[in-house]
Design a protein. Structure first.
Length: 337
């Protein structure tokens, strides 16, 4: 596999960090585009890739800035480009619609256009999302299901998906989209419900908090593990022909089930600790988002390794460990002062 070279946008995020690990293991030279502020504030902004920093090549720049993308692609030849950077929180989206649309759409076009002009042989992956299905007319959703996005985030992802398809068809580029359903891990951001629950459970276990406030407990999601999902991104770019694929577990779980399992891990009943606040509610889905990943399974040979209970356990264990370490270090600091 040797010296293949990959560029990852969004390398500091959950998926970027798992994909970096995966590509490094395969022997790739891995480059990332990172904002200057992140490079200056290593500890906070690069925490997910801190353990990899001596093996990665980071470039200062922003996907919102065409010249920085163009310059990077003009100076380094890449075999593969994974475009993961995006404003990705759906909840905030109703308020922040303008920024979400303009950042997510223009960044994708900047990258596709630069690749076309400078390195048309470079294979391109676009991070699509189940949010593109929005108010889906049918379940489960697959590659043939019509998109009916109902958030600026979903609309921006449909635009990125269509841009990717168009560059593939009009310019014969090897450009693919993965339509990824929710994927979580201990590296998930705190604004997402799984991380919010796992970290709330740890705070409650340590007596730092008594309850956790959530939105709709009956909301359903098709939750997978991010480490399983990044493998499929790589697989898509290793095929003979570019194509788009749905990536999902095909199994639905409610926020309530996540809570039940997470609290059971500290021998508590979630009903004693979870409060519901309509502030966190989103418009309800008549037909839940649940993916059919048959095409990825049969054509790419992909198979998720981790189950839903594995995911909950890993996330809660991680948060319990993190809280314990924080408490120990604050005790030590207290002793020393
Ligand atoms: O919400 C419900 C909420 O914010 C999951 C992103 O990666 O996946 C993610 O988007 C569900 C929703 O993720 C709370 O209403 C209840 O039904 O964790 P989430 P998301 O919106 O599904 C898709 C595929 C993406 O592409 C996105 O980038 O949980 N929920 N109570 C809550 N959600 C949050 N955040 N907080 C609550 O308190």
């Amino acid at each position: 596999m040797g010296n293949r070279r990959a560029l990852i946008t969004g390398i500091t995020g959950q998926d970027g960090s798992y994909l970096s690990e995966y590509l490094l293991e395969l022997g790739y030279e891995v480059h990332g585009l990172v904002r200057r502020v992140a490079l200056e504030d290593h500890r906070h902004r690069l925490h997910r890739i801190e353990h990899l920093l001596d093996r990665l090549i980071l470039h200062s720049g922003s996907v919102e800035n065409y010249p920085s993308i163009f310059r990077l692609l003009a100076s380094h030849p890449f075999d593969e480009c994974y475009h993961l950077a995006a404003q990705s929180f759906v909840g905030e989206d109703f308020e922040e619609g303008f920024a979400t649309m303009s950042i997510n759409i223009s960044s994708t076009q900047y990258i596709l256009s630069s690749i076309r002009e400078l390195q048309p042989q470079c294979r391109f992956y676009f991070a699509g999302s189940s949010e593109m299905f929005g108010r889906a007319a049918a379940a489960p959703q697959d590659e043939e299901t019509r998109f009916r996005p109902r958030s600026s985030y979903g609309i921006s992802k449909v635009a990125g998906f269509e841009l990717t398809r168009n560059y593939r068809e009009a310019y014969d580029m090897f450009a693919c989209s993965g339509i990824l359903f929710n994927h979580e891990s201990p590296r998930r951001g705190f604004e997402f419900v799984t991380k919010k629950i796992a970290s709330g459970v740890a705070l409650i276990a340590h007596g730092a908090q008594d309850h956790l406030t959530l939105g709709n407990l009956d909301a359903q999601r098709d939750w997978g593990h991010a480490a399983d999902y990044v493998q499929v991104m790589w697989l898509m770019l290793q095929q003979d022909a570019p194509d788009d694929y749905v990536v999902a577990t095909g199994q639905l779980h409610t926020v309530r089930e996540f809570c039940e399992l997470a609290f059971a891990q500290i021998d508590r009943d979630y009903r004693d600790h979870v409060r519901v606040d309509p502030r966190f509610f989103r418009p309800t889905e008549d037909i839940p988002l649940c993916g059919n990943a048959q095409k990825a399974r049969s054509q790419l040979g992909w198979q998720p390794q981790r189950t839903f209970p594995d995911l909950v356990r890993e996330m809660v264990e991680h948060e319990l460990y993190r809280r314990r370490s924080e408490l120990n270090s604050s005790r030590q600091t207290g002793l020393g002062s």
